[in-house]
Design a protein around this ligand. Structure first.
Ligand code: GLA
Length: 388
């Protein structure tokens, strides 16, 4: 998906009514996320520390009048019509594959009726803010409501992850779906991606701490192979070290191993990043913001130098932020999400948001000719249904 969607729930409802000639009867929404730390650790059974953001994907629907289901991406103005009763397979419309994957997962356990469905939202797509997971979780939440199926949040997350693997072709981890189903307002979640247990980590009040997102507007595509390559490298490193996953590895194992350089570097990133997640959760609890900042900058350097998933644009945003540490108001910054483009996350003092934003925009524009898109986000709640 390549365009950004900008529709409120009321806007999606009105669009549905115009298109299908009647108002929708079911509605659900799910949030995007920023990951504060713990990158490329989820598919290594490791730790992550994301928070849901106040940008969401909204799905509205009604039972269809005929046998076919229509999926309509309002902002892309793309529609796909399918018979959900037949065998489902991925098609050429990327947005529909996210929905088909969820429908296929649901259909394994429950009868899914033919539907008219409209999707829109405010999570920028391909920006590393988990717009795909938001689409999937919103649709799964709507299907749960419509069919009366009782699904627990972890079950929804697993169903959506499987759908993404099988239909969208991204071998993603489970972080994005779990945060969309389990998030809590005002808090980040420390998720153990092996046990799938999540512990809330309260964030300092928004009166003192702001979470800024700076979007490079460079779009990534996690289905293009670079993400899968990193995943393969990590699996290769785990096998070479004789552990079930890199979660079980320690830096001491690296020296004597006969891993190639890229696999050794990937392993070092994952081992140290897991430690950083635990340290950062503890530092947030004690409000040791100096340590929080240090860990975020270290995480970025590791993603840049060891796993090589950052880009010059992300590096520039983090460098500019680094120059504003301390009295400039910045606490820490790093790229967020899978990388290869997308966004940086910057923690800063709330009273410095305007100044930090202006400096990020000026410094980035000087180097790249266009500005980043900066916006503040607040830690938000999980997916929900509502009366459209
Ligand atoms: C993408 C994936 C996640 C995770 C991150 C990197 O966002 O969807 O599962 O692997 O990249 O941390």
């Amino acid at each position: 998906m390549s365009a950004s969607v900008q529709h409120s729930p009321a806007g999606v409802r009105a669009a549905f009514t115009r298109r299908f000639g009647r108002p929708p009867r079911f509605a659900a929404a799910a949030p995007g996320r920023v990951n504060l730390i713990g990158e490329h650790t989820d598919y290594n059974d490791g730790y992550v520390l994301p928070m849901a953001i106040d940008r969401e994907v909204v799905v509205v629907a009604d039972r269809a009048t005929g046998p076919d289901t229509t999926f309509w991406a309002v902002d892309l103005d793309e529609s796909v019509t399918v018979d959900l009763a037949g065998p489902l397979s991925p098609g050429r419309h990327r947005f529909a594959n996210y929905l088909l994957g969820v429908a296929a997962g649901f259909a394994r356990e429950h009868a899914v009726p033919a539907l008219d469905v409209a999707v829109a939202g405010t999570v920028p797509m391909g920006a590393g803010l988990a717009s795909s997971a938001a689409v999937e979780v919103a649709f799964a939440t709507l299907l749960g409501d419509l069919t009366g199926a009782r699904l627990d949040p972890v079950g929804v997350a697993k169903l959506c992850q499987r759908g993404e693997h099988e239909f969208a072709g991204t071998p993603c981890g489970i972080m994005d779906m779990l945060v969309a189903t389990l998030a809590r307002p005002g808090e980040a979640l420390l998720i153990d991606c092996r046990s799938l247990r999540a512990v809330p980590v309260p964030l300092p009040s928004s009166r003192s701490l702001a979470v800024l997102v700076a979007d490079t507007t460079q779009r990534h595509d996690l289905t293009d192979g670079a993400y899968a390559d990193r995943r393969r490298l990590c699996a290769e490193a785990a096998a070479g070290l004789g552990v079930a996953s890199l979660r079980d590895a320690e830096t001491g194992m690296l020296a004597g191993s006969n891993l190639g350089d890229p696999a050794r570097a990937a392993a070092r990133h994952v081992i140290c990043e897991n430690q950083r997640v635990l340290l950062m959760a503890a530092a947030l609890v004690t409000q040791d913001m100096e340590a929080v900042g240090e860990l975020m900058f270290d995480s970025h350097a590791s993603l840049r130098d060891l796993l090589e998933v950052s880009t010059p644009r992300l590096d520039a945003l983090v460098e500019i932020a680094q120059g504003l540490r301390g009295d400039g108001g910045v606490i820490g910054a790093r790229m967020t999400g899978g990388g290869f483009g997308g966004c940086a996350v910057i923690l800063c003092r709330t009273d410095a948001v305007d100044r930090v934003t202006a400096q990020l925009e000026a410094g980035y524009t000087r180097r790249f000719g266009t500005g980043p898109v900066c916006f503040a986000v607040v830690p938000s709640g999980p997916a929900y249904t509502f009366t459209p």
